[in-house]
Design a binder for this molecule. Structure first.
Ligand code: GLN
Length: 566
């Protein structure tokens, strides 16, 4: 049987050094050499999962096909590799303790004293080993937090032990650290790295290689100095400078010899890497031929970490068309009271997912603006729900229509909790989480976007479009064109007589990869570009007929597939 190899990635000095991106890039490099990888993230906090954590605290909650609410690093893993993460790809201290305490209550420890070592560390080790099935050549395990934190000690102890359990040839410790440039001294400083490695060695872990983050490439003498003080060969200090595009990282690491180092140290035979796909992605990102500005109206706009996958999906959509996508974050609070200046110049408007009432009226105003002014609109989850509420209020004249989430007394709960949802979600959960199928009606915008009649997308929501209103809405022009297979739940809506207006109850952004840009974002960016082109032409011609002609051209535009020329 094949022995799976393990790379353990720890972080030193401070957080936000890009450990997740480094782990994801290692996955990309190993895949480019023909290996099969799986990534795993261990988080030291005590929450059982990040599902209930505020986006301000933790950034985006990433959702897997199998319905796990996870750390956003899993999004990086999926975007950089071909793997599909799952429930076991992320666990926290809380989850580990929950499992151990449950076993203790069941008497599984036969009356022994239950301790951090060995019970907690064994539970951690088992969860790491569980990810390594026969198909996987290398598991890349990222330890959350920073070395020196009290919280991450059991994880570090577990990986220290694993090297003995599995053999030195099968395990590699990579430490991501910081080499700051101090302006006043005009020097790169190695001391923080020295201290961080000392800390790691004091708990029994000698790193095999160091990924040195800095704002510039490390000169050789600095690498040698780090090597000397940290007890690693100079060739094992890899420079990880800041990059203009995250998808350049696999290329930068390859130039530093990282994939060779990994294969040699883990003693795996692997073919010569083919990185042409990453070179193409970076080229599309850098060498753009057109641009569009997309207004994103949300509540968490001050912390764009909360919209990580969304940002990336829009970038992927842009790359497809060789377009630069300027993302303009607009706080929904500011749109409240009808102050719409912020969205007026945008070529398209997007309202992303969200929870809670704050800002919802601002989002509704944004939808109204997009609908009435025929600006391309994409509503994701809450963004689709707000589009339905807006339509009910302003087109169907259902006064005080709302989502039950925000107004339990509304006379027109056009968004509500649905019995049909309860029937299809796993028992216990109140949220629809993970992958669900959706059937698309031929001839619809949804069908043009996907070019398919059955799709699967990831969900994370409690409320649904109220089926009592679906017919009435359709008669007035807002149509449900994607439905759950039993026809009970509305998955997508679209508007008649509008160049591009699409709402989806699911989150397409979770499935977009630079290597496979998601059709919804490809089509949405394309609609934004067409809108922009229309505006530019109108400006040039300075006559109103031009606009009418162009509106016709947009309506007849071919399906929103990949079309870099448009
Ligand atoms: N709050 C809404 C719901 O629970 C939307 C959730 C979301 O946008 N992810 O249905």
């Amino acid at each position: 049987m094949k022995q799976t190899k393990f790379i353990f990635v720890t972080g030193g000095v401070l957080s936000s050094l890009g450990k997740g991106l480094s782990s994801a890039s290692m996955g990309a490099l190993l895949e480019s050499r023909g290996l099969t990888v799986a990534n795993l993230k261990m988080d030291p906090y005590i929450n059982v999962d990040p599902g209930t954590m505020s986006p301000y605290q933790h950034g985006e909650v990433y959702v897997t096909d199998d319905g796990a609410e996870t750390d956003l690093d899993l999004g990086h893993y999926e975007r950089f590799t071909n793997q599909t993460c799952h429930k076991a790809s992320n666990f926290t201290t809380g989850k580990v303790y929950e499992a151990v305490i449950t076993k203790e209550r069941r008497g599984e420890y036969l009356g022994r004293t239950v301790q951090v070592i060995p019970h907690i560390t064994n539970e951690i080790k088992n969860r790491i080993l569980r990810v390594a099935d026969e198909k996987i050549d290398v598991v890349i395990v990222e330890v959350g937090g920073t070395v020196g934190d009290i919280e991450s000690l059991p994880f570090l102890e577990a990986i220290r032990q694993l090297k003995y359990d599995l053999g030195a040839d099968n395990c590699l410790f990579a430490h991501v650290t910081l080499v700051p440039f101090i302006k006043t001294a005009d020097e790169l400083k190695t001391k923080p790295t020295q201290h961080s490695v000392k800390e790691l060695r004091s708990i029994g872990i000698q790193p095999d290689l160091l990924l040195a983050r800095s704002d510039r490439a490390l000169p050789n003498e600095i690498k040698q100095k780090i090597a000397l003080f940290c007890n690693v060969p100079a060739g094992s200090v890899v420079s990880a400078p800041d990059v203009d595009c995250i998808y350049r990282l696999p290329l930068v690491f390859h130039d530093e010899g990282l994939d060779d180092l990994l294969s040699k140290k883990l003693n795996i035979w692997a073919r010569h890497p083919d990185l042409s796909v990453w070179a193409d992605i970076v080229d599309r990102f850098k060498n753009t031929e057109r641009e569009a500005t997309i207004g994103i109206v949300g509540k968490y706009v001050h912390l764009i970490e909360s919209y990580k996958s969304l940002n990336e999906a829009l970038v992927h959509g842009g790359m497809t068309h060789r377009a630069r996508v300027n993302l303009k974050y607009i706080s929904s609070d500011e749109l409240e009271e009808g102050k719409l200046e912020a969205i007026e110049g945008c070529d398209a408007i997007l309202v992303p997912g969200g929870f809670g009432e704050r800002g919802s009226e601002g989002k509704i105003s944004a939808v109204r603006y997009a609908r009435e002014n025929k600006i391309p609109y994409l509503g994701i989850c809450l963004g689709m729900q707000m589009a339905v509420v807006e339509f009910a209020r302003n087109v169907l004249n259902l006064e005080k229509a709302n989502s039950r989430e925000f107004d339990s007394e509304t006379p027109h709960p056009v968004i509500d909790l649905m019995e049909a949802q309860k029937e299809i979600t796993e028992k216990g959960g109140t949220m629809r989480l993970g992958k669900y199928p959706c059937i698309i009606k031929p001839g619809s915008l949804a069908h043009r976007i996907y070019d398919a009649e059955e799709i699967e997308e990831r969900h994370r929501h409690r409320y649904e479009v109220n089926s009592d209103y679906v017919e009435q809405m359709a008669a007035a022009g807002l149509r449900a064109m994607g439905m759950s297979p039993n026809g009970a739940l509305c998955e997508t809506v679209e508007l008649d007589d509008h160049p591009w207006f699409f709402g989806c109850q699911f989150h397409p952004e979770y499935k977009s990869r630079p290597t496979r840009p998601h059709p919804v974002f490809v089509a949405f960016v394309r609609a934004a570009l067409e809108h922009r082109r229309g505006k530019d032409e109108v400006l040039e011609q300075n006559d109103s007929e031009g606009e009418a002609e162009l509106a016709g051209a947009i309506l007849q535009a071919p399906p929103g597939g990949v079309s870099p020329e448009s």
